[in-house]
Design a binder for this molecule. Structure first.
Ligand SMILES: *Cc1c(COP(=O)(O)O)cnc(C)c1O
Length: 397
């Protein structure tokens, strides 16, 4: 999309941002430029490339027009100045962390983050001399206790996985800034449709584009969005670590992003109906969904997000045995350890994302063998609820 005269809304940006309107007899959609290398017309083009003129491409790991279109679309939706696409969500986090931290520095990170994030920081980055302090959810109210003079990055994820709790991005980013700490928010669960952390004081947003942004469970990619200055550093880390995306993947991502706004609207509506069904069900012990007025973060979520999200978790009565009977009785919901696709999926944390955690850690995270996580897709809500209902009946038999 070239310059418009008025600010566009998310639904419009999702379709048009980043895409070039080429003119006569040109493809309407952004093409896949399936090449690793670009041939230059003359040395003048090499000179222009060295000056950083955006329309000259050299080598796909450094940049590619299809990748660039996806970057511009995500930057537009996140209201960031720039964005860099990466090979996966974890590559995005790795590049963001290494752009901000060096040996001797510290990361302050919520304990309730995606399992791979905690392992990346605590295992891999620890070996590079970067130390991570994990903050239990109850500790977030005194987040400054977890800062030291070496802390460079505060890493947040909201809503959390799998208990879907929320933290106050504006407040935490303000406290971090006071200590010259850069705030990074994993916005995978909310998507820019529901929550724009950069407008609340966060410095960088990271995404697993594998989830809602792609939206069809058919690609693996990541993204980091933020200011031009910070993204230049992250891009350099991406280029040097080799964590680039691919033109074919970027095409699928562009295609998925176009329907992000409508997908989120439908999926959030489905999630709300599912949460209301579950909360009234006698076989359900507890429902985790900020869209329920009884949720401890209902007010915060209503203030910070445009919708309550499409993820719903719950504890089933009868513990692990009932949970397994429930999961095995589902007919429509796929048992799949991911989220954010058009198809509804269910995951079982203690046998997947949280399998390597000790009982004490699970307790701190509020996860037990009774905990089940749902990713509402965009099917008909009545069909989704009917399947949950028959599986809950089966679990009680
Ligand atoms: C899946 C996920 C990641 C990791 O993304 P990949 O694309 O699998 O590397 C990071 N954060 C969250 C919240 C996720 O759900």
């Amino acid at each position: 999309m070239k310059k418009t005269t008025h600010p566009a809304s998310d639904a419009t940006l999702a379709i048009h941002a980043g895409e070039d309107r080429h003119g006569r007899n040109a493809p309407l959609t952004t093409e896949i430029q399936q090449t690793a290398v670009f041939a230059l017309r003359n040395t003048e083009q090499l000179r222009r490339y060295l000056k950083g003129e955006g329309d000259v491409y050299l080598y796909t790991r450094y940049g590619n027009p299809t990748l660039r279109a996806a970057e511009e679309k995500i930057a537009a939706l996140e209201l960031g100045e720039d964005c860099v696409l990466t090979a996966s969500g974890l590559a995005a986090e790795f590049c963001a962390a290494l752009a901000l931290c060096r040996a001797g520095d510290e990361i302050a990170c919520m304990m309730d983050v995606y399992g791979g994030t905690a392992k990346l920081f605590r295992n891999l980055l620890q070996r590079c001399g970067i130390h991570t302090r994990l903050i239990p959810f109850d500790g977030m109210a005194q987040v400054e206790d977890y800062f030291s003079p070496q802390t460079r990055m505060l890493f947040l994820e909201t809503p959390t996985n799998p208990t879907l709790r929320c933290v106050d991005i504006a407040k935490l980013a303000r406290l971090a800034r006071k200590h010259k700490i850069t705030t990074v928010v994993d916005n995978t669960f909310a998507t820019p449709i529901l929550q724009k952390p950069l407008t609340m004081g966060a410095d960088l947003v990271v995404h697993s584009a594998t989830k809602y942004l792609g939206g069809h469970s058919d690609l693996t990619a990541g993204a980091v969005a933020g200011s031009k200055k910070l993204i230049a550093k992250v891009r350099e880390t991406m280029i040097l670590s080799g964590g680039c995306s691919d033109p074919g993947v970027a095409y699928l991502l562009l295609r998925g992003l176009k329907t992000l706004d409508v997908r989120m609207e439908r999926a959030c509506g489905n999630a709300q109906q599912i949460a209301e069904f579950l909360v009234a069900h006698p076989r359900v012990a507890q429902v985790f969904y900020s869209g329920l007025p009884t949720s401890p973060e209902h007010e915060l979520a209503a203030r910070q997000m445009k919708g309550f999200g499409a993820m719903v978790s719950f504890d089933i009565r009868g513990g692990g045995r009932a949970a397994e009977r429930f999961l095995d009785a589902l007919k429509l919901w796929y048992l799949a350890t991911s989220l954010g696709g058009v198809e509804s999926t269910v995951s079982y944390p203690v046998l997947s994302s949280h399998a390597s955690l000790k009982a004490k850690e699970l307790k701190l995270l509020g996860v037990s063998p009774a905990t089940i996580r749902l990713s509402a897709g965009i099917e008909d809500a009545r069909d989704l609820v009917a399947d949950l209902s028959q599986a809950l009946d089966a679990a009680g038999k």
